[in-house]
Design a protein around this ligand. Structure first.
Ligand code: FCB
Length: 456
């Protein structure tokens, strides 16, 4: 379909959004950087995890990934060419402290991020730095990882160094990316590093992540007085799989751990009591002032939105006794994730109504499909383009409802290492040929570019 037609139907322009709206794309260190052995970088839990047989679908790792460590100027050129005005990236802790902690940081690691940030500023891209996007130094995992309170101290030392070093240029700081995933996929489901399968440990990890978030805020503010600080949560609108009372109750429980556990705690309500009761002896150890620490006021809430979930009661299933069910006849991406732009509206309306964050940023949103490069050299990812368009339309609706969303970061700038899925799942607006490292904007990226440049 010619460009003009699609956009007539869509009837959406950049000028329909506030002039200072942040338009960006998002990436993370382990997923794109590669150069795992260079620049004095230490081993991360993902280097270790990917070396274990059977953990990654295509037996790959992030050792090379998009080779962004060497190709970052071209990648930032790409982000600039899209017409974005912001860029979200993450810092690899093992590049700064190869063993997790030390008296002195690794200068080569600091230099790399310094140059990267300079590169963003030169291209008119506002840097949004994430401190922790899952690549814990393996040395800290060897001492118990996030289940140990000492890891919180190490995180604060790392945060202190990074914000001192980059704080004159980076004003937007995200402490953690998706603490639910770190805690539960990594320590309970075992599908992500470090690959543990222990619910009680996962609960303690989760608590320490939140404490480390709260304690990091004053550290960041001290070093960067004009900083804006927040966390990026993975949140989901939830639906009961049926109207049976058991399924409705299960949905409440699921919501309690997936959404409210984080939002209630961050917004000063403590952990949800109904979930605490369900946890029993699996509840985390909470030190006296922890809940106040976690509720330290932030400047924004980062929301990563991908999909809704349908939940059923499952009496034989673990502590929470819930199960996510795949309903039939539902539009899905090739990952099986439900496509639901209306779910994004529902979710943000709920967050705004229940928690009143003053500023919200959609820090991730995107889709994966099995892309093919056509003989004409183009990736006609019509479904991803459609996904993006429908979510931007939903975003516009969200703004019209008066919900204070101030930015949108598409996941992702590049196809990259998609964790346990390896290179099988492509989320990029840009296609990456992992043999040659050639980049080419897909139809979705070309559309985002035309939208952002105001070409229609
Ligand atoms: C999110 C992660 C991100 C990426 C997308 C697809 O959960 O934060 O790193 O893997 O999913």
């Amino acid at each position: 379909m010619p460009k003009a037609n699609i956009n007539e139907q869509l009837n959406l322009r950049r000028t329909d959004f506030p002039a200072n709206f942040r338009w960006g794309s998002s990436t993370s260190s382990y997923q794109i950087e590669g150069a795992a052995q260079e620049g004095g970088r230490g081993e991360s839990i993902w280097d270790r995890f990917t070396s274990m047989p059977g953990k990654i679908r295509d037996a790959s790792s992030g050792a090379v990934a998009c080779d962004h460590y060497h190709r970052w100027p071209a990648d930032l050129d790409l982000a600039q060419s899209l017409g974005t005005n912001a860029y979200r990236f993450s810092i690899a802790w093992p590049r700064i402290f190869p063993n997790g902690r030390a008296a002195k940081p690794n200068a080569q690691g600091l230099d790399f991020y310094s140059r990267l940030v300079e590169g963003m500023l030169e291209r008119g891209l506002e840097p949004w730095a994430t401190l922790y996007h899952w690549d814990l130094p393996q040395a800290l995992q060897d001492q118990g990882g996030w289940a140990q309170r000492e890891t919180v101290d190490a995180f604060l030392a790392y945060t202190d160094v990074m914000t001192r070093h980059l704080g004159d240029r980076v004003k937007n700081w995200i402490t953690h990316n998706e603490p639910w995933c770190t805690a539960f996929i990594g320590n309970f489901e075992g599908h992500h590093a470090p690959g543990l399968k222990d619910f009680k440990v996962a609960m303690q990890v989760c608590h320490h992540l939140l404490v480390s978030h709260g304690l990091a805020i004053p550290v960041i503010r001290r070093n960067v007085p004009d900083a804006r600080v927040g966390a990026a949560l993975s949140l989901h609108p939830l639906r009961a799989a049926s109207d049976r009372a058991e399924d409705v109750a299960a949905t409440q429980r699921h919501d309690g751990l997936r959404n409210r556990w984080f939002l209630d705690a961050l917004y000063g309500r403590g952990y949800p009591q109904d979930i605490w009761a369900v946890l029993g002896s699996n509840a985390p150890q909470v030190a006296p002032n922890d809940m106040n620490v976690i509720a330290t006021p932030t400047d924004f809430l980062g929301v990563n939105y991908y999909f809704p979930e349908n939940v059923a009661d499952a009496p034989s299933q673990g502590v929470m006794q819930t199960r996510v069910v795949e309903l039939e006849n539902i539009e899905r991406t090739d990952f099986g994730w439900e496509v639901s732009p209306e779910g994004m509206v529902e979710l943000l309306a709920r967050v705004a109504r229940d928690y009143h964050p003053e500023h919200i940023f959609l820090t991730e949103n995107g889709s994966t499909y099995d892309d093919l490069v056509s003989p004409d050299g183009v990736v006609h990812d019509v479904k991803r383009r459609d996904y993006l368009q429908r979510h931007l339309k939903a975003l516009h609706q969200i703004l019209q409802l008066g919900i204070p969303v101030e930015g949108y970061f598409a996941w992702s700038l590049l196809d990259n290492f998609e964790w346990a899925e390896g290179y099988v799942r492509r989320f990029g607006l840009t296609h990456v040929d992992f043999q040659t490292q050639q980049r080419r904007l897909k139809a979705s990226g070309l559309w985002y570019q035309a939208f952002l440049r105001g070409e229609f």
